[in-house]
Design a protein around this ligand. Structure first.
Ligand SMILES: [Fe+2]
Ligand SMILES: [Fe+2]
Length: 173
C-alpha cells in the first residue's frame, strides 16, 4: 500500500479546497472523508493478505483500475468495504456516504455533497499524481458531479491554482 497514505493526505487537502471553493461550510469535514476514502483498500489487504498480490497482478496484467481489480478478485470493492466498516464503526451518515459512494456519488441518498466532493478530490489527487491509489490511472470524473457542485471552468482553474501550491507544500513537508 505504498503511496496510499500520500494519496489519502492529498485527497484530504483536495476535498477541503473543493468544499471551500464551492461554498460548503466546514471544509474540514470533507477533508476527513477524503482522508478515509480508501480505508477499505487497507482493510482488505490486512484482512485478506493472500488476495493482495492477486489484486496487484490484476491491476498490472489486465490493465484494470484498483477498484476493478478488487471486484474481479474479491467480488466487491473498497467502496463496499467502506460501507460495511463505516456502519460497524458507527461513523456519522455524512462520512459513511462520502466513503461508500465516492466512486458513484449519485447513489448517496442523504449527503450526496460529501460523496461528490470526495469524487472530485480523488480525481484531482490522481491528476497531480500525489501518492498512489494502487494503480496508475486517473479516475473517471463524472461530469454530472461537476455540474451538481457548480464547478465550471473558471472555478476549476481557481481550485487547480490553489491545489498546486498545497500539493507542493505537502511534498516538502
Ligand atoms: Fe476509491
Ligand atoms: Fe482514492
Amino acid at each position: 500500500m505504498k503511496g496510499l497514505w500520500d494519496h489519502s493526505m492529498g485527497c484530504a487537502l483536495a476535498c477541503s479546497t473543493v468544499a471551500k471553493h464551492v461554498g460548503f461550510k466546514d471544509p474540514e469535514e470533507y477533508a476527513v472523508a477524503g482522508l478515509l476514502h480508501d480505508i477499505g483498500k487497507v482493510l482488505a489487504v490486512v484482512q485478506l493478505p493472500e488476495c493482495k498480490e492477486e489484486i496487484i497482478n490484476a491491476v498490472k496484467n489486465d490493465d484494470l483500475t484498483y477498484l476493478e481489480a478488487e471486484n474481479k478478485v474479491l467480488g466487491f470493492g473498497h467502496d463496499r468495504i467502506n460501507h460495511w466498516v463505516a456502519g460497524y464503526w458507527n461513523l456519522p451518515l455524512k462520512l459513511k456516504e462520502g466513503l461508500a459512494f465516492h466512486h458513484k456519488p449519485s447513489q448517496a441518498r442523504h449527503y450526496p455533497d460529501v460523496a461528490q466532493v470526495v469524487h472530485v478530490g480523488d480525481f484531482l489527487t490522481r491528476l497531480f499524481e500525489v501518492g498512489s491509489g494502487g494503480d496508475d490511472q486517473v479516475s473517471t470524473l463524472d461530469r454530472e458531479v461537476m455540474l451538481k457542485l457548480g464547478i465550471d471552468f473558471p472555478l476549476l482553474e481557481k481550485i487547480l491554482d490553489e491545489l498546486v501550491t498545497e500539493f507542493e507544500e505537502l511534498a516538502v513537508s
